[in-house]
Design a protein around this ligand. Structure first.
Ligand SMILES: *[C@@H]1O[C@H](CO)[C@@H](O)[C@H](O)[C@H]1NC(C)=O
Ligand SMILES: *[C@@H]1O[C@H](CO)[C@@H](O)[C@H](O)[C@H]1NC(C)=O
Ligand SMILES: *[C@@H]1O[C@H](CO)[C@@H](O)[C@H](O)[C@H]1NC(C)=O
Length: 489
């Protein structure tokens, strides 16, 4: 005969088990779903950080010509000044970026240099790329512009003579002091702030070392920045406009050293996860112009997709927002949030609807279903359920999108979702299990009580027309699923 304590424990278990009203009977979760507000950008922090970065550069006096254009760099991350590559600034390593759009116009003169005999200054500006020297028998504008056309992302050149540079005069093979500097942004005569004044020749005896100086510094540019190609795995939502997004679901920002949508996309892909919102789904790139001068290039990341209606931050103080564009990450699922199930306006559920199919094993009853009920959803009102809706069997069901995914064979994707095995409380959910299946193969598993919705993720390589599904649940160890996304990695 069982001891009295064991009897008591058994009785308590039966009471707690019978107290659970199954989801099919609109039972309320033991663990209510948190409604965490979605954060918006910290525009003060962005403006303050823009005041701290110095991205202005000119060809260094001692650098040889024709250096490769370095990859786009990151100069700040979430308000902290940085000097990092895109890969270093991402949670995950990313492939190289650096495709630029097509030039639609021709280089035209932006400003003249001073007359030959007078000292002048070269540009110190953002998005410096590299420089060359062109033959200096004449003031060779055409050679400079021809070269500029071969430099990816170059929209502006600064052409000038640099005197008293020993390397140009005697060391570098080109034997020319006519420098042609390429930039990825347009600059104005007001940015001619580099007057030289550096000692390039070495000291000989007690002779005065001649200092570098600059003459005839002219600027040539396109009429605007190039229209960028849309990054792989993304689509343009709006832009260019003069408004940055002030939208919910903000994850943070980085400053780039040039206007590079591919670099911003790579940062979004590698951003990591917001515990309440999930992965990066959208980015907003814009140029900060301070006192009329390009200063930095902001890449703001969001877990919620925004659009032009919230692109209403036009700047503050001396900072003006320009060239703002929004891009959303292409999601291979059109209804990963189960929001397309709208058979009621309060509480209802179904085994299947147009976008998702729930399947029960033989003898099972509604072991996979879709609910319309705000209290079960991670966001909105729709969610998927694994485990018998009425709790009348303990079999595992399968939820799958109604259609195979339009994937590209051989390409890496990431499957993201929120799952909650919390409905029945810690002890009854202890054995909960949900698997993400890719073409029937398990690619991720989450087991046990989750205490609420938690983020799960799986990396996969597509074969083309791939089939995604979620399997699990064994009532009363139910598992809810919501906000499923499939993105290019
Ligand atoms: C940034 O890092 C690179 C490579 O580590 C270095 O060469 C460069 O001088 C650094 N720039 C600044 C401004 O610190
Ligand atoms: C051309 O550049 C070379 C190397 O700096 C210099 O020695 C020479 O005087 C320059 N010629 C003219 C016409 O400026
Ligand atoms: C330094 O300069 C003085 C006068 O300008 C000259 O007489 C002297 O010879 C110089 N010394 C050397 C080491 O060149």
């Amino acid at each position: 005969m069982p001891s009295p304590t064991r009897l008591l424990a058994l009785a308590a278990l039966i009471v707690s088990a019978t107290a659970i009203v199954p989801p099919g009977h609109q039972g309320l979760p033991n663990q209510p779903v948190d409604d965490v507000p979605a954060p918006k950008p910290d525009n003060d922090l962005i403006a303050q950080t823009a005041g701290q970065v110095d991205q202005k550069a000119a060809p260094p006096v001692d650098a040889p010509p024709n250096a490769d254009v370095p990859p786009t760099g990151v100069t700040a991350v979430d308000g902290t000044i940085a000097n990092a590559t895109i890969a270093e600034a991402s949670a995950a390593r990313r492939r190289d970026v650096g495709r630029f759009g097509k030039r639609l116009s021709r280089f035209e003169k932006v400003f003249d240099g001073k007359p030959a005999g007078q000292h002048d200054a070269s540009i110190e500006g953002t998005a410096y790329l590299t420089y060359t020297v062109v033959p200096n028998s004449t003031y060779n504008v055409q050679a400079c512009l021809d070269w500029a056309a071969t430099i990816d992302g170059c929209v502006f050149v600064n052409l000038y003579y640099e005197f008293n540079n020993e390397l140009l005069d005697h060391v570098f093979s080109e034997k020319s002091n006519l420098k042609c500097a390429a930039y990825g942004d347009l600059h104005k005569a007001s940015e001619k702030t580099n007057f030289g004044g550096q000692a390039s020749y070495s000291q000989v005896g007690n002779e005065t070392v001649p200092l570098t100086y600059i003459t005839q510094s002219s600027g040539w540019g396109l009429d605007d920045l190039v229209v960028p190609d849309t990054p792989d795995g993304y689509e343009l939502v709006f832009g260019p406009t003069g408004g940055a997004n002030n939208a919910p679901g903000y994850m943070g920002f980085a400053f780039l050293d040039r206007y590079d949508v591919d670099a911003c996309a790579a940062l979004c892909n590698g951003r990591g996860v917001d515990p309440n919102g999930g992965g990066c789904a959208y980015f907003n790139i814009w140029r900060a112009v301070v006192n009329g001068v390009p200063t930095t290039y902001t890449c703001s990341m969001y877990y919620l997709v925004a659009d032009e209606s919230t692109a209403v931050n036009y700047g503050q103080g001396d900072l003006v927002v320009t060239l703002s564009r929004g891009y959303r990450r292409k999601d291979l699922l059109t209804d990963g949030g189960f929001e397309g199930y709208t058979a009621c306006d309060d509480f209802c559920f179904t085994a299947s609807y147009a976008n998702w199919i729930g399947t029960s094993p033989a003898g099972g009853d509604l072991d996979a279903s879709i609910f319309f009920f705000h209290n079960y959803a991670h966001t909105g009102h729709g969610s998927g359920l694994l485990g018998a809706a009425f709790g009348d069997d303990n079999k595992a069901g399968t939820l799958a999108p109604a259609h195979a995914l339009q994937t590209d064979s051989g390409v890496s994707y990431v499957v993201q979702a929120f799952v909650s095995s919390a409905f029945s409380g810690a002890s009854l959910e202890a054995g909960a299990k949900v698997e993400i299946l890719w073409n029937g193969q398990s690619v991720a598993t989450k087991t046990g009580f989750t205490g609420g919705y938690v983020f799960v993720e799986a990396s996969v390589v597509a074969a083309g027309n791939d089939k995604l599904s979620f399997a699990g649940g064994a009532a009363p160890a139910w598992t809810f699923i919501d906000d499923v996304h499939v993105y290019k990695a």
